[in-house]
Design a protein around this ligand. Structure first.
Ligand SMILES: NC(=O)c1ccc[n+]([C@@H]2O[C@H](COP(=O)([O-])OP(=O)(O)OC[C@H]3O[C@@H](n4cnc5c(N)ncnc54)[C@H](OP(=O)(O)O)[C@@H]3O)[C@@H](O)[C@H]2O)c1
Length: 287
């Protein structure tokens, strides 16, 4: 049985680690807030560690799903001296390509592999074990981690060298930003028109306007529910990464920059932890 460590039991990490345990990996979890790790071990087969260093000792595979770059850098720094030679560290956090390249070098120096492997598919994708995973790093390390990632991933693509998983995730977020604003405007317009939202969604989700956001978020947008899912604070982090990268590579992202400012409005409304579909609140709150 392969030994795996999972560091970070948030909205995403908690169910992802659960899938590893269900797929017969010998899992040790670590979470900064200990109570979440205790809850996890109450519900799953696996052990709990009180520090990241302790969690990764003897692990063949180390998974992280944390918040932002400084969080990943701090945890990576803590485990660098404790990971086994030959272990592969897989980072599922959405972070910057520059940090991914730096960590690839740092773990190579201590005889371990590093794969940047951000995910897409949201809370539901993690809970259903159906995430899309975009990997950057050495092919051999991706293949070592693939059987474990299959526990929670429906599509696992080795996109390119270190940092390319994160670059691919930036593309994912650029694509999503405009779609969520468009869907917000559509749902808002439907409500103002007095349309039956269920009937309208049933009709248009069978046509060219269909999207993951429409299937998974339009109804909760219409009923003003946002206490779940993918936090606005994290989306702003992702758009910051995409916009910074665009300044380097010369890509023009006018819509992404605009939607980033819209999300700043949602943060100012107190919605930092609301799901990203709360973009519609900018339209409805003036009513
Ligand atoms: N939610 C989604 O739909 C979604 C989808 C795709 C990608 N992502 C990305 O996946 C990552 C995790 O998202 P999430 O929604 O699971 O976030 P979350 O619920 O906020 O969880 C973040 C996790 O990271 C831990 N953490 C944060 N900073 C830390 C630090 N400095 N040291 C140790 N642990 C730290 C938190 O510990 P505590 O419990 O102690 O706070 C928590 O376990 C983010 O990068 C996000 O952008 C999220």
């Amino acid at each position: 049985m392969k030994k795996a460590a999972f560091l970070g039991l948030g909205v995403m990490g908690y169910p992802m680690a659960g899938w590893l345990a269900k797929n017969k990996f010998d899992v040790t979890v670590y979470n900064r807030t200990l109570s979440k790790a205790q809850k996890w071990t109450d519900e799953h087969r696996g052990a709990l560690a009180e520090t990241p260093e302790e969690a990764v000792k003897g692990a063949d595979l180390v998974f992280m799903c944390l918040g932002d770059d400084p969080d990943v850098a701090a945890v990576a720094n803590a485990i660098a001296g404790a990971v086994s030679t030959g272990a592969v560290v897989v980072d599922h956090t959405t972070g910057s390509p520059a940090l991914a390249r730096r960590l690839h070098e740092a773990f190579t120096e201590v005889g371990a592999g590093f794969v940047d492997a951000p995910v897409s598919g949201g809370q539901a994708g993690a809970e259903n074990g159906k995430l899309a995973i975009m990997c950057g790093g050495d092919g051999a390390h991706v293949e070592l981690a693939r059987p474990a990632m299959k526990a929670f991933g429906a599509r696992i693509v080795h996109v390119g060298p270190a940092g390319h998983g994160q670059l691919c995730k930036a593309v994912n977020q650029i694509c999503i930003a405009g779609i969520v604003q468009g869907l917000s405007e559509g749902v808002h317009f439907a409500a103002r028109s007095g349309l039956d939202i269920e009937k309208a969604l049933e009709a248009i989700s069978g046509g060219a306007a269909q999207s993951w956001q429409m299937d998974n978020r339009a109804r909760t947008m219409a009923s003003d529910e946002f206490e779940f899912g993918f936090a606005v604070d994290w989306m702003r982090k992702d758009l910051r990464i995409a916009l910074a990268e665009a300044r380097e590579n010369g890509a023009r992202l006018p819509l992404t920059a605009l939607v980033d400012q819209f999300y700043a409005d949602v943060q100012a409304m107190g919605g930092g932890r609301w799901d990203t579909s709360s973009l519609i609140r900018r339209l409805t709150d003036v009513d």
